[in-house]
Design a protein. Sequence first.
Length: 279
Amino acid sequence: MTTQNLAVAADRTLKAKHRAMWALGDYPTVAAEIVPDLGAILVDACRVGPGDRVLDVAAGSGNAAIPAAVAGASVVACDLTPELLAAGQAVAARRGVHLEWQPADAEALPYADGEFDTVLSCVGVMFAPHHRASARELLRVCRPGGTIGLLNWTPEGFIGQLFATMKQYVPPPPPGAQPPPLWGSEEHVRALLDDQVSDVATRRQTLTVDRFADPAGFRDYFKANYGPTAAAYAGLAGDPERVAALDRDLAELARRHDEGTGKTVMRWEYLLVTARKRG
């Protein structure tokens, strides 16, 4: 097998693992119960409106795609994991919202150059393993003068620290794969978009999360519902000591971020980025 064929096979294996990871647990429930407001925040920042042609990359269950369609845009929601798209399609149907749902790899989008007025991703494209490849695709399918909009968890914030905590419990990533929270670094995103954009606006904001009665409640919820966390525990099956250690570490993470008001209240930081593709 040639070196190129080996690389293609390795990439297919990696993407299959990613699809399986996000199919674990119940991410649509996380999107609906924990982060439901983030998509609308991104859509508003991108000034999506009637007549716009919008692509939501790594759309999951449509946290941004559905608000974009509600705003009057013609929307395509694409994601690597068909189970998430099916869940989003069901949500859209219940709300009477029409949009297209298509399986797609963020690093090899099946769309024409300049096909969309707005290309956005809400805590989605950050999980594609090869950042430069997915950034190239975001830019390629956006028309000159169109808008790129991104909302990503920061490395320093709660979800960034969640991944840092889980890192010691999961196998190392393959060569070339980059940590998802890097997309929450302004410097990293500016380097990815480079000189192909203008009018770059960035701001750090926080999402208030107050659903959990205590830190253990957060841990158990993410253990059951959040794909990356569920995958970490699945990989520890048969090792009760490591499971117990991860249990302690995740509860402690939530405890450190708890504002101490009597009920667990946390502020999860994210980076909001909008930019205009140069003509």
